[in-house]
Design a protein around this ligand. Structure first.
Ligand code: F6R
Length: 611
């Protein structure tokens, strides 16, 4: 939540900050601002420009403002304390206007600090928690802003990435990380601080991760990182293979559509190196064969879309590897005093690697002795660093707020893991193992086949977008996809949608169905197909409009439903990864018909770093 970008170097910072903020807008988009140090008249002066609304409002405002500064900080906000107004937008300043601060996170003890600062005469103008930070820096500053920041880090409770500049020293930017992401980008033209790599990918692919409670002094030619005790630490930069096209729309109207179309590649990349020559290599899981054989239970923790990937994983791990799996929301798990048993493996799934609920659940379980394997898309993310081992999905950066390509990459990891465990535990034979691998290798092409027929889905969306109630029904492998299909539709179209086990309809939800309802049935061929057909008939009899996802060659579905879309044939157990693609497209086209902003849906943010 909230995005930060900062630059110091040879170039003018205005454009760099605005472009960086645009790339971070997925983290928050209700207000934005930048501060920079202007040196034009000999004296160094702080200039702060901020606006309510999206970055383009800020950009408009900046058009008439001369900026020759080479040092500046920027912020895009997802409001927590105080409404999204201009006054509450970051950067915030101290009483003198010399210090300017941006912050991502929450300061839990800000009321107490604010009272203390007010007693000392500090004047506040906003309702934010962040505003205490520049005033604290003002209090602590005796010539070295880094030392003041180190004192500040000890004073505040909560989470945060904080970046500050002072007009008393235009040669440095000071940063600190409590528990929200902060990375350094290193380049020959200057250095950057940012919440996420895409913000500065157009300038550098060399990064350094800042750890919790570390502080950093950034100059145009140097980066100094200090640990919690204030000791200088040596840390090499690493290079990422993401390219700037990952952070651009590349001709697509939105990131969401681009990312849906990137799924064949994301899935292929996630399998690469793990599936080769008919074999599965999963050493990165860091568990011995003996440990895998002795597993009595797996506990998976995740939120939102990642939770649905966890449900899909549970089904296959239980079916193929015969290990009982419990799936829990991070936000529930951490507060229910969970039991961590011996021989229980803990898996956390999070595309961003920063979701606070998942992270807190990891901390809770590790405190109780659990071993945690993280599945994430972000190298060096907090979850990756706080887990015992990490399995990276290689979906590439996902900018659209709505998770699409990271979901299918997570699903592939779950399939591979289930197969790997099943093989090691000798539950499945060689023939079955090879058959699954062969099927998995075809998945990217099969996804492509669906994408090639996106126009068919668009047409169905054009016919149905005016409905106001959608029920997504599935059974077994289709159920996590029904839940995910409903979530996609809700979040980007703002239409009420429910995902439901089809067999449960008659226990209540069928009362909802009437001629104003669309029922989306996820019904690829398999064990429960006939049952689903009956469930669909039940809702059709109540006058609902029916749209079914079926397997190619289903020649009877046409007589039962209003619309259908065919997915390629595959093994029933892994059909979910194909079923979700038309559902993502369906939500996308419905939302576009309604003129929604699919990349930045209202009230949402990409990384949920607050509880
Ligand atoms: C839905 C979506 C959210 C996230 C959830 C967890 O499209 O993006 O539901 O899935 O906030 O995020 P991660 O996976 O980053 O932990």
């Amino acid at each position: 939540m909230c995005g930060i970008v900062a630059y110091i170097g040879k170039k003018n910072c205005k454009k760099i900050l605005i472009n960086g903020l645009k790339r971070l807008e997925y983290r928050g988009y209700d207000s934005a601002g930048i501060s920079f140090l202007n040196n034009s008249s000999g004296a160094c002066r702080m200039k702060v420009v901020k606006e309510a609304g999206k970055i383009k409002e800020l950009e408009e405002e900046l058009k008439n403002i001369k900026a020759d500064g080479h040092c500046g900080i920027g912020h895009t906000r997802w409001a927590t304390h105080g409404e999204p107004t201009r006054i509450n937008a970051h950067p915030h300043s101290d009483c003198t206007g010399n210090i300017s601060v941006v912050h991502n996170g929450i300061i839990e003890n800000f009321q107490e600090i604010k009272k203390e600062l007010k007693r000392k005469g500090h004047k506040f103008v906003s309702q934010t928690d962040t505003e205490v930070l520049p005033h604290l820096l003002e209090e602590y500053n005796s010539g070295d802003l880094l030392v003041a920041m180190q004192k500040l880090v000890k004073k505040i409770k909560g989470s945060g990435a904080i970046v500050a500049i002072s007009s008393e020293n235009s040669n440095e930017i000071i940063g600190a990380r409590l528990a929200s992401p902060l990375i350094v980008g290193v380049s020959k033209n200057g250095n950057f601080l940012a919440s996420d790599m895409p913000a500065v990918l157009e300038h550098t692919r060399n990064f350094i991760i800042i750890n919790d409670y570390e502080t950093v002094r950034l100059k145009k030619n140097s980066v100094e990182i200090y640990d919690k005790e204030g000791k200088l630490v040596e840390r090499e930069s690493f290079k990422v293979n993401w390219s700037i096209s990952n952070a651009e729309k590349s001709g697509y109207p939105d990131f969401m559509l681009k990312e849906i179309f990137e799924q064949p590649r994301g899935v292929k990349e996630t399998m690469r190196g793990r599936l080769a020559n008919g074999n599965l290599n999963f050493d990165e899981i860091n568990l011995s064969k003996e440990q895998i054989k002795n597993l009595d239970k797996i506990q998976i923790i995740a939120c939102g879309t990642s939770y649905h990937a966890a449900l899909a994983g549970k089904q296959l791990i239980e079916k193929w590897a015969k290990i009982p799996v419990e799936v829990d929301y991070g936000s529930e798990y951490r507060y229910r005093d969970p039991i961590v048993e011996d021989n229980c493996l803990f898996i956390a799934i999070t595309q961003s690697g920063e979701t606070i609920d998942t992270l807190s659940a990891i901390r809770e379980s590790r405190n109780k002795g659990a071993k945690v394997v993280a599945i994430t898309n972000i190298v060096g993310s907090t979850v990756a660093r706080e887990s015992d081992s990490v399995i990276y999905t290689h979906a590439g950066p996902e900018i659209g707020v709505c998770a699409t390509k990271t979901f299918t990459a997570q699903i592939i990891v779950m399939y591979l893991m289930a197969l790997y465990f099943a093989k090691i535990r000798a539950i499945i034979g060689q023939d079955f193992y090879e058959k699954v691998i062969e099927e998995l290798e075809f998945i990217p092409n099969k996804i492509q086949d669906i994408l090639n027929r996106a126009e068919q889905i668009k047409e169905i969306a054009n016919q149905t977008y005016k409905f106001r109630c959608f029920l997504f029904l599935g059974r077994i492998y289709g159920l996590p996809m029904a839940l995910e299909g409903a979530l996609k539709l809700k979040e980007i179209s703002y239409i009420h949608a429910e995902g439901y086990p089809a067999g449960e309809m008659k226990h209540g939800p069928i009362a909802l169905t009437d001629k104003k309802t669309v029922v989306v049935g996820i019904m690829p061929e398999g064990e429960v197909y006939e049952k689903l057909l009956s469930n669909i008939q039940e809702v059709k009899a109540r006058k609902a409009t029916i749209f079914s996802i079926v397997t190619k060659g289903d020649n009877k579905i046409g007589q039962y439903v209003h619309y259908y879309f065919e997915i390629p044939k595959t093994m029933e157990e892994i059909s979910g990864i194909l079923s979700i693609i038309p559902l993502q497209l369906y939500s996308y086209y419905i939302a576009k018909n309604l003129n929604r902003d699919v990349d930045q849906p209202r009230n949402l943010a990409k990384s949920v770093t607050v509880e």
